[in-house]
Design a protein around this ligand. Structure first.
Ligand code: MG
Length: 300
């Protein structure tokens, strides 16, 4: 078999073991304006994701595409907490919420030091049950993905303890966006999409988590072309990042392993499926998936 199949590119030969030559990139659904925030529900064999400008959360499963929630407060990123509950970033209400098992909504965070958050973008939950989220201003710069408003806070990364205490843990990034922990939680990766408004940055930062809080941030990888939005990690610590031309796989030492080409700008991705070996990709107007010879590490 050739390594030049149209949907991927091998940069490091090891990446050839990550892709399956006979597993195609498939378009599962279309018709969105900016698909984002995929999260896998293995217990229900379905994926939830946002279509932000159309103010809805969609559900893709064996029975096809259905609407999970609309209106959805211009929801963006999602994850699940350690009890499996849906955690959602909302632009419209400028908050992070938890959907309880009975369907009621609990507010996790909507302000910091008496000021409203900007527009929470993406979220992860660590093993200790803390909720970590990014708060750039994309949802308040126009009325397209939320409601235009003045920012009250700088763009930061926050941690919410299980007891509800909120703390700004990264305050010196331009536009923190996607975030993910390494499998052993010794590192926190955060994508900076400041490039959308400035010449730079467009990189993914790596933070040391040895103290339990992110310190000593350094540039881990610079995405080209485009910039990293959503990111996920596989169980060997490779980072899978969104990019303008698809999904890039980056080794733990920061070098590019290979690419999966997607015909639309990719916003985010997550592992799911029977063995967490299926990569779901939200990309502008479409939802795609490809089966890999890798397994996702992220919770859930
Ligand atoms: Mg994002």
């Amino acid at each position: 078999m050739s390594a030049s199949a149209s949907w991927f590119e091998i940069v490091d030969p090891v990446f050839g073991h990550y892709v399956l030559f006979n597993a195609p990139l498939k378009k599962l659904a279309e018709g969105f304006d900016w698909a984002e925030g995929p999260v896998w529900f293995g217990d229900q064999q379905c994926l939830l994701f946002s279509d932000i400008p159309n103010d809805r959360i969609l559900r893709y499963g064996e029975d096809g595409l259905t609407t999970f929630r609309q209106p959805a407060n211009f929801a963006n990123g999602h994850t699940r907490d350690r009890q499996g509950r849906l955690i959602t970033c909302e632009h419209g209400t400028r908050r992070v919420t938890r959907t309880e098992w009975d369907g009621t909504i609990t507010v996790i965070a909507d302000s910091y030091q008496g000021k409203r958050l900007n527009s929470p973008n993406d979220v992860v939950v660590s093993r200790d049950g803390a909720i970590w989220f990014t708060d750039p201003h994309y949802g308040i710069v126009s009325d397209y993905e939320g409601f235009k408003a003045e920012a009250e806070l700088s763009c930061s990364v926050y941690r919410v303890d299980p007891d509800g205490t909120i703390q700004a843990v990264i305050t010196d990034m331009a536009c923190p966006n996607g975030l993910a922990f390494s499998p052993d939680e010794s590192r926190l990766y955060v994508a900076d999409t400041g490039r959308a408004f400035h010449a730079d940055p467009q990189h993914i930062l790596s933070f040391d988590m040895g103290t339990g809080r992110p310190t000593r941030g350094s540039i881990f990888h610079k995405i080209e072309p485009g910039c990293a939005d959503g990111i996920r990690v596989d169980n060997e610590g490779n980072l899978w990042s969104s990019a303008r031309d698809g999904v890039h796989c980056i080794a733990p030492d920061g070098h590019l392993m290979g690419k999966i080409f997607v015909p639309e700008v990719v916003s985010n991705l997550c592992f799911g499926g029977r063995a967490k070996h299926r990569l779901f990709i939200t990309a502008t107007t479409g939802l795609y998936s490809v089966v890999l010879n890798r397994r996702g590490a992220q919770w859930p």
